[in-house]
Design a protein around this ligand. Structure first.
Ligand SMILES: Cc1cc2nc3c(=O)[nH]c(=O)nc-3n(C[C@H](O)[C@H](O)[C@H](O)COP(=O)(O)OP(=O)(O)OC[C@H]3O[C@@H](n4cnc5c(N)ncnc54)[C@H](O)[C@@H]3O)c2cc1C
Length: 528
């Protein structure tokens, strides 16, 4: 289709990139970007971008990618708990300052003839163009004005986060908790330039209130920083900050919102980026999704015969990837929300739990990248030196390690159904068919089992679920809650086709024992 004009509301990464790509593919089209905030006042520290984004950007627009790669800062990854730290190569991790990213996207948009209008707040409905791209961010007024048409829903999360920076480059990205008199604060921090790092800090609501940050948030004007928070967290994370202080940029505590829409277009208006969808920051994908959305939209506009066809095509092409990432992001968010409950795990095992939290990476695939970390975690799990770990068959090794509490009855972690009573004693069976492991329905399930364990009527719970990946992951997340909150043994009953997921779960403390729904000879012997 030949577009005569396109108007873009919002000059964030999504809007600027979409404007350039539309103009690149349709040079005769007039493309205007309207951005409320003057570039000099743009806020934000660094954002992370991963490999896949880079491949997509390479195919869509190599010049912009080249500039991003020349500006960004590659980094390794680490986790530190107390004095213990694990570090692994970043391979494909890069970060870039939000202002640097916007500067270069602006330059590239202007270079192909996009007209940029800064300090201009507009309404999508007032713009006269063949297509209006609403890339107006997570608080999108366009989405709010047509909630019904877009089928928009917003889920507010319980935890709080604050986006801070520091004026030095951390040696690598680091996840680290600070345990204080009020509770645990957790930093996700990474360098993004020679003199800059992002420090994103999160806390649960109880900790946040106990520290008085509910009050400081109320007292902080929208344009100001919550200085009390910055001062407090600078002390709490003094070790990581190496003598620096945290700095703010309109920094205040926020709750994350997951935005979902049934459809992203209404008439000739189309939502893009955070306006259309968000994914929890712990998978570092918001910018990636916004830029990938821009690629899908500009292609559809070039290839389809009408605007209506193009917007439907954009939705169809971009949606599966978005929904997949949102699902992963939800699991990741829950893992981070519950992070302080796992601090008893040795840091290598904790890192394996982190890597396998959303079912995207298994113990074996993680071991390809970082065998030392995985083998240290296996040694911690097996209670033996790393030299005794069988690195040639990690999955079978995990399944065949005895659990101290049942070692006199079963040699490994796999218990045939017929022997469950002999091995774990009286148990309750729970079929986990809830959508999410952290919502109240799961809490009620856990509380019911906790009561039975406390009353002494059972010492174990046998969990089962539907035979599909989401259900299996949710069952193991519920299993972890059961383990931690009830004190009972947790047996997961599932098909042996999930043996890798089961091994990940055992190593990460999401279950104690496994019982296959189909007999297999691997993993256990009954009897002492
Ligand atoms: C704490 C935190 C950490 C994050 N970390 C990462 C990370 O590591 N990696 C990553 O990829 N992403 C990260 N993100 C997400 C990322 O910042 C966003 O997903 C990304 O900026 C979305 O781009 P966008 O263009 O859709 O929207 P935005 O960047 O929000 O841009 C929207 C723009 O629209 C403008 N605007 C709004 N309304 C109007 C109007 N009516 N008229 C004119 N202009 C308007 C706004 O001023 C704004 O500039 C993080 C987000 C948060 C909150």
């Amino acid at each position: 289709m030949r577009l005569r004009s396109a108007a873009v509301v919002g000059g964030g990464p999504g809007g600027l990139y979409a404007a350039r790509l539309i103009k690149l593919s349709q040079p005769d089209c007039r493309v205007d970007v309207y951005e409320d905030i003057d570039p000099a006042r743009t806020f934000g520290f660094g954002v992370g971008l991963a490999t896949r984004t880079q491949r997509n950007l390479q195919a869509a627009d190599p010049d912009t990618l080249q500039d991003i790669l020349a500006t960004c800062w590659p980094h390794d990854m680490s986790m530190r708990v107390g004095g213990h730290k694990v570090q692994l190569p970043g391979d494909n991790l890069i970060a870039i300052g939000r202002t640097a990213l916007l500067d270069l996207l602006r330059r590239h948009a202007a270079a192909v003839g996009v007209k940029l209008h800064y300090g201009t707040r507009v309404r999508a409905e007032d713009l006269d163009a063949d297509v209006v791209v609403a890339a107006d961010g997570v608080s999108s007024a366009t989405r709010e004005a047509h909630t019904q048409e877009f089928g928009a829903g917003i889920e507010w999360h319980d935890g709080l986060y604050v986006w801070c920076g520091a004026e030095f480059a951390l040696p690598s990205a680091v996840f680290t908790p600070a345990t204080t008199e009020f509770g645990t604060f957790v930093a996700h921090a990474y360098p993004y330039a020679a003199d800059s790092s992002t420090f994103l800090v999160e806390a649960d609501e109880t900790t946040w209130r106990a520290a008085g940050f509910d009050r400081t948030t109320e007292l902080t004007a929208p344009e100001d920083n919550d200085e009390t928070t910055l001062a407090y967290l600078s002390e709490a994370f003094a070790d990581e900050l190496q003598g620096h202080r945290l700095i703010g940029n309109r920094t205040r505590w926020l709750r994350f919102r997951t935005v979902r829409c049934r459809q992203w277009h209404h008439g000739n208006i189309v939502l893009l980026g955070d306006a259309a969808h968000t994914a929890h920051y712990s998978i570092g994908s918001g910018t990636k999704l916004a830029m990938e959305g821009a690629i899908a939209l500009s292609r559809a506009l070039a290839e389809q015969p009408t605007v209506a066809d193009a917007l439907a095509e954009y939705d169809a092409v971009h949606r599966p990837g978005v929904e997949h990432l949102q699902e992963t992001a939800d699991r990741s968010m829950y893992w981070w929300d519950s992070f302080p409950t796992r601090l008893d795990l040795p840091v290598e095992q904790l890192f394996v739990s982190y890597m396998t939290r959303a079912g995207k990476v298994s113990v074996d695939t993680f071991a390809e990248r970082s065998p030392q970390v995985v083998d240290a975690a296996l040694a911690q799990y097996g209670g033996m030196p790393a030299s005794d770990v069988d690195a040639g068959a990690r999955i079978e090794w995990i399944l065949s390690r005895p659990l101290p509490a049942t070692a006199d009855r079963v040699s490994g972690r796999v218990v045939p159904e017929a022997y469950l009573d002999d091995v774990v004693g009286p148990s309750v069976a729970v079929h986990v068919d809830i959508a999410r492991p952290w919502l109240p329905a799961a809490g009620e399930l856990v509380a019911t089992v906790a009561r039975a364990v406390a009353a002494g009527t059972t010492g174990a719970v046998v969990l089962s679920c539907d035979d599909e990946v989401g259900a299996v992951l949710t069952m193991f997340d519920v299993g972890e809650r059961m383990k931690r909150e009830t004190g009972g043994l947790v047996v997961a009953r599932l098909s042996p086709k999930w043996r890798e997921t089961a091994a990940d779960a055992l190593l990460s403390g999401r279950a104690d024992l496994i019982s296959w729904t189909v007999p297999t000879d691997a993993g256990a012997e009954i009897g002492p």
